[in-house]
Design a protein around this ligand. Structure first.
Ligand code: PMH
Length: 384
């Protein structure tokens, strides 16, 4: 843990207590024998990979999952000791890195095994999980025949250890269960066809973990709801416990001025003051992930909602102030201020997208400030 400096008045606040609570709440409803995988790919959906991983482990997670080998290596280099699974495809040429760092890989092609073994000598066996494509149509084996071939290829080689098998649902966040049930049935059928069933069998993402105990087998992969966000709007009413959002985005007024009626603001001079108005400038822009399409979004200042004035620039955004306010006044773009709250979901609605994308798109130019027990415990400046 450390406090890195940053030299701008914009930061993301990550509430680790809320992440702890979200993980612990799921852990409490999971049967004892079900391992909780904390999904921290894409810098923990923008929340900070190692900080979230450590918090999740404290709260009961026993496995960490990422999308890429690079993300797994980064976690090891930051000192993570727990098992790490790469959910996506890795190159067979890179398999020795998995051996070196004790990283578990996902496989789904016999040829991969044949090629990868050329790159391994007598290291400890590399742990593998077979991915089954039960209907997502992304990666994975689709038939019993393919599964058996991959299983055999793994078991023939002492440099590999078949630890797990998993699949991923495409519609677990939708009210209609038909497609989910089809996927689950196919996955069960394939799992039953193993000569020897691997010790870890997992299928559920957040939505399935929160709604479908029959999808647990003995592992649950928790992503979006660990961050306090519902997998979709339509299943919010079904959630077994309230989620607590962990991500806030804050900045400060760096310039305040009064403009005259007819004065313009921003690129394209698209905003025109109707009367005498107070305009504030914020040091955040589209290069931070605060993208131009957010120009119609409100922000919070002095506990009130105010509109953005004109187009968002690369590094700066202008807002209409309710009245003159001092330089350095805090402005909240996402999160609580006074009695007001701008949720990640509100930003997602403005951008006609999903909450996942909002937290992932905040760039590494935005420092992350980690809060635990109401105190700053760590600061990461992604540029250093
Ligand atoms: N497992 C796999 C294989 C995933 O791809 C994801 C999320 C999760 C678990 C966690 O899902 P959750 O965040 O809904 O809990 N993957 C993605 C994705 O590829 N695009 O959006 C979410």
């Amino acid at each position: 843990m450390g406090i890195q400096h940053f030299y701008r008045d914009t930061w993301a606040e990550i509430n680790l207590d809320n992440i702890y609570y979200n993980v612990e709440s799921l852990k409490n409803i999971l049967p004892e024998n079900v391992a909780l995988f904390a999904v921290v790919k894409a810098n923990a959906y923008g929340h900070g990979d190692i900080q979230v991983a450590r918090t999740a482990v404290r709260a009961g997670a026993s496995y960490i999952a990422v999308a890429l080998m690079d993300e797994a290596v980064a976690l090891r280099q930051k000192g993570l000791q727990e098992p790490v699974l790469v959910l996506g495809a890795s190159r067979p040429e890179d398999v020795s890195l998995a051996a070196e760092y004790d990283i578990t890989l996902t496989v789904f092609q016999k040829e991969w095994i044949v090629k990868a073994k050329e790159y391994l000598n007598d290291s400890k066996p590399v742990k593998l999980h077979i991915k089954v494509d039960s209907g997502m149509g992304r990666i994975g084996v689709k038939t019993k025949q393919e599964l058996r071939e991959v299983e055999e290829a793994i078991r023939e080689n002492a440099c590999f250890y078949l630890e797990g098998v998993f699949t991923h649902f495409a519609t677990a966040d939708q009210v209609d269960r038909t497609y989910y049930k089809k996927q689950l049935a196919l996955f069960k059928e394939l799992v039953d066809s193993f000569e020897e069933r691997p010790e870890l069998v997992h299928s559920s993402n957040s939505a399935a973990s929160l709604r479908y105990p029959e999808s647990y087998f003995n592992g649950a992969r928790l992503g979006i709801s660990m961050y306090g966000l519902s997998p979709s709007k339509e299943i919010e009413v079904e959630l077994p416990y309230p989620l607590k959002e962990a991500f806030s985005l804050r900045t400060k007024l760096v310039h305040v001025k009064e403009v005259e009626p007819g004065d313009k603001v921003g690129y394209g001079a698209t905003y025109e003051a109707k009367a005498k108005e107070w305009i504030g400038t914020l040091p955040i822009g589209y290069a931070d992930g605060w993208i131009r399409k957010l120009s119609g979004q409100e922000v919070l200042v002095d506990g009130k909602r105010v509109p953005i004035a004109g187009r968002i620039c690369m590094d700066q955004t202008m807002i209409k102030l309710p009245y003159q306010l001092p330089l350095g006044t805090e402005v909240t773009l996402i999160g609580n201020q006074g009695d007001e709250f701008i949720s990640v979901n509100e930003i997602a609605e403005t951008l006609e997208t999903i909450n996942y994308e909002i937290v992932c798109m905040m760039s590494n130019r935005v420092p992350r400030v980690f809060i635990q027990d109401d105190k700053i415990v760590e600061v990461v400046n992604g540029l250093f």
